[in-house]
Design a protein around this ligand. Structure first.
Ligand SMILES: NC(=O)c1ccc[n+]([C@@H]2O[C@H](COP(=O)([O-])OP(=O)(O)OC[C@H]3O[C@@H](n4cnc5c(N)ncnc54)[C@H](O)[C@@H]3O)[C@@H](O)[C@H]2O)c1
Length: 239
């Protein structure tokens, strides 16, 4: 699971570990301590969460982390591509670096991770992959051309890989959250957060655990007939 140390990813790691899964969190150097703290808060499940330093925007680091997980834990049943970043500016002000960085982390990252785990899943004839996209993939969002393009690309990647491995016991789905209460959202100006809440029919930000529960559902062994699907979880903000 990428970016599983905090926010939505932290909630997913928690839900999975509490359900008995061994969770490998792939993250940046600053995520090591966060992962340690997250694990320490879990009664009885702390030993279920393991940290692997890996920048998902670098293919070799993805491959090395996957090899280390396989060596230490023997198998990989699921992959959650959750790590993501924003670098917001209108297109006129967005730098080429901001465009490329977001595409590299949010779109190339999931491609690299999928490429790194697919052989072992195909060999075992089982796998569950969930990609964390965003409501803005379909709705667009002012100042987020790079982010919306990457998250929309992720839906195309999801559906294509789903087709390619459908006969192999591997499902590939995406979730598309709206405004969720995490550090990423807290970085938005106060007025923008208030505006988002006002425009959300349920009149609240979503909670990371609510997204985690949806991801958990899609990772279930019994969810084998769901593939290539995109699940909105946005309080009715976009339907
Ligand atoms: N928060 C929201 O409202 C919201 C809405 C829709 C979609 N999402 C998506 O959900 C995912 C999680 O969002 P969040 O709000 O929890 O974010 P967050 O910033 O709280 O956490 C993201 C995690 O990913 C890690 N990360 C960042 N770049 C990385 C890289 N190159 N390699 C490895 N790890 C990296 C970060 O260190 C962090 O631990 C993201 O993909 C985001 O785009 C979030």
């Amino acid at each position: 699971m990428t970016g599983g140390a905090r926010g939505i990813g932290g909630a997913i790691s928690t839900v999975l570990a509490e359900d008995g899964a061994t969770v490998a969190v792939l993250g940046l150097p600053e995520d090591r301590e966060r992962t340690h703290n997250l694990a320490a808060r879990l009664n009885g499940a702390a030993s279920k969460i393991h940290f692997y330093q890996s920048d998902v925007s670098i293919y070799d680091e993805c491959r090395e982390a996957v090899a280390a997980v396989l060596q230490q834990h023997g198998r990989i049943d699921f992959l959650v591509n959750n790590a993501g970043i924003t670098r917001d500016h209108t297109v006129r002000k967005m730098t080429v670096e901001e465009w490329e960085k977001v595409l590299q982390v949010n779109l190339s990252g999931p491609f690299f991770m999928i490429k790194a785990v697919l052989d072992t899943m195909v060999e075992r004839g089982f796998g569950r992959i969930v990609n964390v996209s965003s409501v803005v993939a379909e709705a667009g969002n002012f100042g987020q051309a790079n982010y919306a393009a990457a998250k929309a690309g992720l839906l195309g990647l999801t559906k294509t890989v789903a087709l390619e491995v459908a006969k192999r016991g591997i499902t590939v789905n995406a979730v598309a959250p709206g405004f969720i209460d995490t550090d990423m959202t807290k970085a938005m100006p106060e007025a923008a957060i208030e505006n988002a809440i006002a425009q959300t029919p349920v009149r609240a930000l979503g909670q990371p655990e609510e997204v985690a529960r949806l991801v958990r559902f899609l990772l279930d062994e019994k969810a084998g007939y769901i593939t290539g699907a995109v699940y909105n979880i946005n309080g009715g903000w976009y339907m």
